[in-house]
Design a protein around this ligand. Structure first.
Ligand code: ATP
Length: 287
């Protein structure tokens, strides 16, 4: 059987962004959680040394060495002598929309590192180094559990503990360039990030909403100006009595609606799918 690793969608419940620093990076603070929807990476021992693509978004990711699955494979293989490794192939089932604020590429890289770590017997410390080298969000995706990310996103600490959240993810089917969103963000004036929130245990959705009420996604306004369809998604979510909070994730365009229970989320998803057949709509739990 081919070993496989799940690559969950990442959701930024809040995302605070500071002004561009002298290192040309924006400092961030974000509470990240992970969904039970995502991509799947699998490894077939003895298979052709390449990447097979499948799934609804297979046509929208690079098929060659730029694919983050192959970048993660190559980073791991650089630790080995090629001849010492039994031949293997990789397969990516691409279920998450691309350039959508769900961190799909980073999560694919993280899932590949997990698989390669097991296949090649690489120690966790080495995998952590490789994750950092592949992108700011990759270490968070290796953890794939509630966490607070700071710095460029690579400084990770445990996130708020809460019961799993019932949510609907909605993408209007438009890719949004992260660089373009930050470009527009930079045209505004921004305060440096303060000390930030200290994570604690939350016992209910009301507690979660209490924390989120004092937070925001600073990229929502610039992303909305670049892609007005984000406004339509947020308006549709906010118009529903099932939604307790609607917000954009990452640099968009995917938005999430937090719901009281799975039934409310299912009902909301059914009505959004009926009214907006072109949108990508997924019920999920976040934790
Ligand atoms: P983030 O929330 O981290 O900004 P995102 O969801 O907006 O991420 P991704 O879907 O990760 O963006 O894609 C970012 C870019 O990475 C795309 O332009 C895509 O071509 C490239 N890429 C390379 N490999 C992959 C992959 N396996 N899956 C998705 N994108 C990939």
């Amino acid at each position: 059987m081919s070993p496989s690793a799940f690559a969950p969608a990442k959701v930024n419940l809040y995302l605070h962004v500071g002004p561009l620093g002298p290192d040309r990076y924006h400092p961030i603070e974000s509470w990240m959680v992970f969904a039970d929807v995502g991509d799947e990476v699998s490894l077939s021992p003895g298979g052709a040394y390449g990447l097979a693509l499948a799934g609804p978004y297979a046509g929208e990711v690079p098929a060659g060495p730029d694919n983050l699955v192959l970048r993660a494979r190559d980073a791991a293989m650089a630790e080995m002598t090629r001849a010492s490794v039994q031949r293997f192939g990789l397969r990516l089932e691409k279920n998450l929309p691309v350039a959508s604020g769900l961190g799909g590429g980073s999560s694919d890289a993280a899932a590949t590192l997990r698989l390669m770590g097991e296949y090649l017997g690489l120690p966790a410390t080495k995998l952590a180094d490789l994750a950092r080298s592949l992108g700011s969000d990759v270490p968070a995706c290796v953890m794939a559990r509630s966490l607070i990310a700071r710095g460029r996103g690579e400084q990770i600490s445990p996130g708020f503990e809460s019961p799993p959240m019932h949510a609907v993810l909605v993408n209007p089917g438009r890719a949004v360039s992260t660089a373009a969103v930050f470009g527009l963000f930079d045209q505004g004036r921004h305060e440096p990030l303060g000390e930030g929130l200290a994570a604690r245990t939350l016992s209910s959705l009301d507690d979660v909403l209490g924390v989120l009420a004092a937070t925001r996604n600073d990229l929502e306004a610039p992303a909305l100006r670049i892609e007005p369809a984000i406004g339509e998604v947020l308006a549709a979510l906010r118009a529903s009595p099932a939604v307790r909070l609607a917000r954009m994730s990452g640099s968009g365009a995917t938005c999430f609606g937090l719901c009281e229970n799975p039934q409310a989320a299912e009902g909301l998803a059914a009505s959004l799918e009926r009214d907006h057949p072109g949108w990508w709509v997924k019920v999920c739990t976040l934790s």
